[in-house]
Ligand binder design. Structure first.
Ligand code: GDP
Ligand code: CO
Length: 397
């Protein structure tokens, strides 16, 4: 594929935040033998390089009661070399939706001869393994079950990817309408990782258009929630550097990928606060304003890529209440960061009141934050799960 080169990068302590890079060409043809004339402005990522990264990547699909047809489409869009990991929190009572997901995945893997893992968020062996790792923040009900939530599903997927020995983990929502978009997201992840100079890398997707259907289709550029979260996160940075910035354009990017080395040191906030919180945590730990969390990592630097996909992002519309809670949860992580100054706090409070999420004078509640995997006893988790891995594999050896 061909993507725009990183033309502009902002630095915040040891973190490099690259401005948005557009996808120019989804398929860039055969490997060139002669030097590229366009190389000054364009990166051509060769098929082989992409496949090389995909081989080392797990694609985690968190899902909860999504339409089976959507799920089926999403898995068909994941490039062949990637390991699919489905973490489901779907209903198991009246209709066993999880079994339906398992069946769908199994049939797909059978006919495409590929590997996949599928696990239910409330799986009892999983709960035991997390207890062994003392990952109590992920558990509720006195350690008897894993908490609900997409973010908790993401952490489980991440741990499973570690168990499978993967170097990169990418997240893709199960409610994506276009399999082609899923395919492109993963290509973008691979392009980011292959151009990064640091082992600590994150690639976040920016959608070119997010269509809204109300009578006729309208191709919106930004959603209101992302616009507001980006603005507040940029304000947090601006207040610290003294220079106004709009570099963050992917604060709410559900579609994103992380190198395993970076994923291990990140905390994961519950619910829909997870994506902005990853950035907030990096700014706290490596922004150079607060004490640096790890000198050795700071020396190697952290790179954040923001890639603009060609496919429009089209997913399930869950209505205003869902958007409001996303906004509240996302902004609460910014609000409660020790980096957040009064100006940004006032901005957040004002937005939440104008968008009718909170009343005047109310403050957002502190988010629940799950510890980074490397603060937990991951070896205990992997040792325990390794014995049971076969039962989560879709194609048995
Ligand atoms: P949005 O796209 O950010 O508005 O959020 P969605 O509600 O579409 O959720 C994103 C993804 O997370 C979808 O694939 C959901 O099915 C999935 N999801 C939501 N809640 C949970 C959960 O409790 N556990 C898991 N494993 N996945 C969840
Ligand atoms: Co969605």
């Amino acid at each position: 594929m061909r993507i725009e080169k990183q033309r502009y990068t902002e630095r915040f302590g040891s973190i490099k935040i690259h401005d948005v890079q557009k996808v120019l060409e989804l398929d860039s043809g055969r490997k060139a033998n002669s030097p590229l004339k366009e190389a000054i402005a364009v990166d051509k990522i060769e098929e082989d390089a992409i496949k090389g990264i995909e081989e080392k990547m797990a694609v985690v699909i968190p899902t909860k009661n999504e339409k089976l047809k959507l799920f089926e489409g999403v898995i068909s869009g994941v490039p062949h070399e990637c390991l699919i990991i489905v973490v489901s929190n779907s209903e198991r009572k009246q209709t066993d939706r999880f079994v339906m997901e398992e069946d769908t995945l199994e049939q797909f893997c059978h006919y495409t001869q590929r590997k996949a893992l599928i696990i239910h968020q409330k799986d009892t062996v999983l709960t035991q393994a997390l207890a062994q790792a003392e990952y109590t923040g992920l558990l509720e009900d006195n350690g008897k079950a894993v908490r609900d939530g997409k973010s908790e599903g993401m952490v489980i997927g991440l741990l499973m990817a570690m168990l499978a020995g993967k170097e990169y983990v990418g997240f893709v929502d199960a409610d994506n309408y276009f399999p082609g978009a899923v395919w492109e997201y993963v290509k973008c992840y691979a392009a980011g990782f292959s151009t990064s100079l640091s082992p600590y890398t994150m690639v976040r997707i920016l959608w070119r258009y997010k269509p809204k259907v109300s009578g006729e289709v309208y191709f919106r550029k930004w959603g209101r929630v992302s616009e507001t979260t980006n603005k507040c996160l940029n304000s947090l940075i601006s207040a610290k550097t003294g220079f106004e910035t709009d570099i963050i354009k992917t604060a709410n990017a559900g579609e994103h990928a992380i190198s395993m080395k970076l994923a291990k040191i990140l905390p994961y906030a519950s619910g829909y606060a997870v994506e902005p919180q990853e950035l907030v945590a990096l700014f706290e730990d490596f922004g150079g304003v607060l004490p640096v969390a790890n000198q050795q990592i700071a020396r190697q630097g952290i790179e954040i890529f923001q890639m603009e996909s060609r496919n429009p992002h089209f997913h399930e519309d869950r209505g205003t209440m869902h958007l409001r809670s996303m906004l509240l949860q996302g902004l609460s992580t910014v609000y409660h960061s020790p980096l957040c100054g009064d100006v940004t706090k006032r901005m957040i409070a004002k937005e939440l009141v104008t968008q009718r999420v909170l009343g005047r004078g109310e403050k957002p509640a502190k988010p629940h934050i799950n510890y980074p995997p490397n603060k937990k006893n991951i070896e205990n988790f992997t040792n325990f799960m390794a014995e049971h891995l076969d039962s989560y594999s879709v194609l048995k050896e």
